[in-house]
Design a protein around this ligand. Structure first.
Ligand code: G4P
Ligand code: NA
Ligand code: NA
Length: 193
């Protein structure tokens, strides 16, 4: 097991409905030393890529992205979620459906902060169905930029997102891939990587 898998075993909590709570270290209270290790690992895995920007989505991607960005020495842009429909042409827009929360959001990024010269590393905390990621990929494409890679903390390997994104040809690196979990025993099973 790697450092993140070990931390999930130690402090993650398995809930009914295949939900993994990691709010004591990842997406509510945040362990910055852990994020720093994640940044070091992503830097190693994407060492050959000319990354000049990190793109993430609010809310819980932001903290991780900021610490990861220190390892690349690049700025972070986060996509904002909005329900408003009157978009003014100054922003890139993508529709993102959340299966967990059963709602649709538009996510937007200002055209000022993303363009054809950008070589982007996309960062997020969770990958489940991949809707959020596909929205971010669409926004980078609208900008004429390049997605150089995608770094995820926890991928739910039994949902479809990872397969879809890898089939599109992206280098997707997930630090922990959960293949299954048991709310009765609290056990979490990881994919061998
Ligand atoms: P998708 O983006 O991969 O399609 O994910 P999905 O719609 O299934 O998930 C919706 C939200 O729930 C996402 O956060 C995602 O990170 C989160 N999520 C999915 N599965 C789990 C889980 O097992 N545990 C935890 N803790 N979160 C999970 P969000 O609402 O879009 O963003 P945020 O505001 O929380 O960052
Ligand atoms: Na997220
Ligand atoms: Na989340």
């Amino acid at each position: 097991m790697n450092f993140l898998e070990e931390r999930i075993v130690k402090d993650g909590v398995v809930k009914e409905g295949n939900i993994l709570k990691v709010d004591s270290f990842l997406n509510h209270q945040m362990d910055i030393n852990l994020f720093d290790q994640m940044g070091e690992e992503f830097k190693r895995r994407f060492a050959d890529k000319p990354i000049n920007k990190i793109v993430t989505i609010e809310a819980s991607g932001i903290g991780i992205a900021c610490i990861v960005a220190r390892h690349f020495g690049v700025p972070v842009v986060f996509a904002k979620k909005t329900q408003s429909v009157n978009i003014d042409g100054e922003v890139y827009v993508a529709e993102v459906e959340s299966f967990t929360h059963k709602c649709k959001n538009q996510v937007i990024v200002s055209k000022k902060f993303l363009g054809p010269d950008d070589h982007v590393l996309v960062i997020d905390d969770f990958l489940a169905n991949g809707c959020a990621l596909q929205g971010l990929i669409s926004i980078v494409a609208q900008a004429g930029g390049t997605v150089e890679g995608i770094g995820i903390a926890v991928e739910k390997g039994f949902q479809q997102g990872g397969r879809i994104i890898r089939n599109l040809g992206y280098q997707l690196e997930s630090l922990a891939i959960v293949e299954g979990m048991d709310a009765e025993t609290g056990e979490v099973h990881f994919r061998e990587q």
